[in-house]
Design a protein around this ligand. Structure first.
Ligand code: PMP
Length: 403
């Protein structure tokens, strides 16, 4: 037989290697601050989503250790007997920080996105998405059976065309869900959420914002770490469905959806990725409660913003061709996969870990370095990275860069 499992997977792997797209793991050992040990060598990491440095914060680790005394695992799904007092506290804290009436925990952001979209729309409905949306939103939309419409990245005119089309086909009572990333994970740019919310009102669509990279890192004066929707001036009425992860700025694992009490009650009943899975380990919830207390008030988000501004101003002096981004994600699009790999390897040699992002994670021809900043990076570390980067780019002959 030629279609055995072994020959099928071997062929697909050979193709992947031939396309230079084969990926492998780096095995990291954590180190304090923004550092990690990779193959026995300490590197400064500019590739994690630990935007506030909370993954290694001693108070978070201590809270998580104390939380483990409640048990290593939740032992059942939330609705059976896996929901503890500490989960309740975490949900309340998230609601407080995001300015929403209530919140619901999920095992991961991927599960939250899939679960929420599938609970809200199905056959006969419409789900409208930005072309660069995260895979979990795309997969959630496809699984739902709702008609799936995409629009050009961050383009309100293209979005309006799709909303018009959806409303015309859905009739007065059909449901339309607009799901977007608030901050794009591979580009770092933010969605034009105020314009999107206005269009949702015109076409009677529901706005869902994925705050994976916004929560903790940005917000409004009243809610300084609520995320990009708050930063755009939106509240519960204009951005009724907010999803956030706890694995990025909160430095931990898991995710949440925040919204009205009624929405959360509904998702508790109908989101299958909430219902049919083991609850978050109570220790994780305890670590997250502590992390959220540390981020509350926004002083860490403010320090992060200072680091972003410092990085961008120094990069501009060196002539580095950065993309437009005011978030912690600062990509450098180089186009060619091999160049990206070569530069990332040179940086690693110089002591810096930076993400080399290639298709299919990003569109073909847009391979990039994904530099992520954290409140715990020092200016010396940022300067060191930029000098090493300028040298590596010059060596690989990327134009317009003076080391
Ligand atoms: N949405 C976005 C925009 C993300 O970047 C990610 C994580 N890469 C997720 C959702 C999924 O979150 P999690 O890692 O918690 O599954």
């Amino acid at each position: 037989m030629t279609n055995s499992l072994d020959s099928f997977v071997a062929q697909r792997l050979t193709e992947r290697r031939a396309q230079q797209l084969f990926r492998s793991h780096k095995t990291l050992a954590a180190a304090p601050g923004p550092n990690a040990r990779v193959d026995g060598r300490e590197l400064v990491t500019f590739s994690s989503n630990d935007y506030l440095g909370l993954a290694t914060h001693p108070q978070v680790i201590a809270a998580q250790q104390r939380g483990a005394e409640l048990g290593a695992g939740a032992t059942a799904s939330h609705l059976v007997n896996g929901h503890f007092e500490i989960h309740q506290q975490l949900q309340q804290k998230i609601a407080e920080l995001t300015g929403r009436e209530a919140a619901l925990l999920f095992g991961s952001g991927y599960m939250a996105n899939v679960g929420v979209i599938n609970a809200l729309v199905g056959r006969g409905d419409f789900v409208v998405q930005d072309k660069l949306n995260h895979a979990s939103l795309i997969d959630g939309g496809r699984l739902s059976g709702a008609q799936y419409l995409r629009f050009a990245h961050n383009d309100p005119v293209a979005l309006e065309r799709q909303l018009q089309r959806a409303r015309a086909q859905a009739g007065d009572s059909g449901k339309i869900l607009l799901a977007v990333d608030g901050v794009y994970s591979m580009d770092g740019d933010t969605a034009p959420l105020a314009a999107m919310a206005a269009l949702c009102e015109t076409y009677d669509a529901w706005l869902m914002v994925d705050e994976a990279h916004g929560f903790g890192a940005m917000g409004s004066e009243a809610f300084p770490c609520a995320g990009s929707a708050a930063a755009a001036g939106l509240d519960q009425a204009s951005a009724p469905i907010v999803m956030g992860t706890l694995g990025k700025a909160a430095g931990n694992a898991g995710a949440f959806v925040a919204g009205s009490r009624a929405l959360i009650d509904y998702l508790t009943q109908f989101a299958r990725t909430y219902i049919y899975t083991t609850g978050m380990p109570p220790a994780v919830a305890a670590g997250c409660v502590q992390a959220l207390s540390l981020m509350q008030g926004g002083s860490l988000a403010w320090i992060l913003q200072q680091r972003i501004e410092y990085f961008r101003s120094r990069a501009a002096l060196l002539g580095l061709p950065l993309e437009e981004s005011t978030s912690a994600i600062q990509p450098l699009v180089l186009g060619c996969e091999n160049t990206v790999l070569a530069v990332a390897q040179a940086l690693q040699k110089a002591g810096y870990l930076v993400g080399a992002i290639r298709p299919p994670t990003v569109p073909a021809g847009t391979a990039r370095l994904r530099i992520t900043l954290s409140a715990v990076h020092s200016e010396v570390q940022i300067d060191g990275l930029l000098t090493a980067l300028a040298t590596a780019l010059e060596k690989t002959q990327v134009a317009g860069v003076s080391p």
